[in-house]
Design a protein around this ligand. Structure first.
Ligand code: PGA
Length: 269
């Protein structure tokens, strides 16, 4: 587990350049820089370049919401990791909206994770089951397949650096927004870490950052951040509201100051 809590705001396909600039301005006024909290903003691709000029790098890092796995070439309408490499720290890969609306397969997600590392950008890999998969008892199979395929052909060092967000599709606000119980979330996060351990060993399993995402706002974020093994949250709708998003960062700050029980971590190899 990382000692820095990661809070990622996914603005999705919202805000034009001036609206994004205003939101960033409000967030910069409201959010203080904390050493133990890393705040990442993922605006639409169009807005990344202007925000990169405006952003206070002591407070925020930028993420892209997607990129194409080829570095350059005849791929009309796409933007590559190579084009983004000087602008963003992270790229969100395999978000359920991309898997479901744009039919991103396991193979495409795997190629995007590889392209991300090839271009020195840290991937935030999203995994999670749909409501029907959950009802059919297939959650573990889905998580196994998504994690195993996305992580194939990486080095243990790369896996240690990456971020995996557990986002049950049924809990995402735009897909149903059913609140997931923190104890259920913990079981699946543990399972994800277990998968990483099977593939890359105890050190990678300990160091990979695992986030939760799904209808997280300033009121309920504490329940997830307090999960042993949760390194932060991926926030959609609430990240468009600067009160709520700043409230999430405040909550993380206070939780980090509470005395912690010693976590149950896997032994290092
Ligand atoms: P939500 O979105 O917070 O609006 O549920 C999360 C996500 O899609 O990453």
């Amino acid at each position: 587990m990382s000692d820095r809590t990661l809070i990622v705001g996914n603005w999705k396909m919202n805000l034009n350049t001036s609206e994004a600039s205003v939101l960033l301005h409000r967030l910069e006024e409201r959010i203080k820089a904390h050493q133990d909290i890393e705040v990442v903003l993922a605006p639409s691709t169009l807005v990344i370049q202007p925000l990169s000029l405006q952003i206070d790098r002591h407070k925020f890092r930028l993420a892209a919401q997607n990129a194409f796995f080829k570095d350059e070439g005849p791929f009309t309408g796409e933007v590559s990791f190579t084009q983004l490499r000087d602008l963003v720290h992270y790229v969100i890969i395999g978000h359920s909206e991309r898997r479901l609306h744009f039919e991103e397969s396991l193979g495409i997600v795997r190629d995007k994770v590889a392209a991300s590392f090839r271009n020195d950008i840290i991937p935030i890999l999203c995994v999670g089951e749909t409501q029907s998969e959950r009802r059919a008892g297939e959650t573990r199979q889905v998580l196994h397949d998504q994690v195993t395929s996305a992580l194939s052909n990486l080095t243990a060092n790369e896996v240690e650096d990456m971020v995996i967000a557990y986002e049950p599709v049924w809990a995402i606000s735009t897909f149903g927004g059913i609140l997931a119980k923190p104890d259920e979330v913990k079981k699946e996060m543990d399972f994800i870490r277990h998968q990483v351990r099977e593939l890359y060993g105890a050190k990678a399993a300990k160091r990979v950052r695992v986030l939760y995402g799904g209808s997280v706002d300033d009121q309920i974020v504490g329940g997830y951040l307090e999960i042993d093994g949760c390194d932060g949250v991926l926030v959609g709708a609430a990240s468009l509201n600067y009160h709520k998003f700043a409230g999430i960062v405040d909550r993380a700050y206070h939780i980090n100051r509470q005395p912690k029980e010693k976590p149950n971590e896997p032994d290092e190899k």
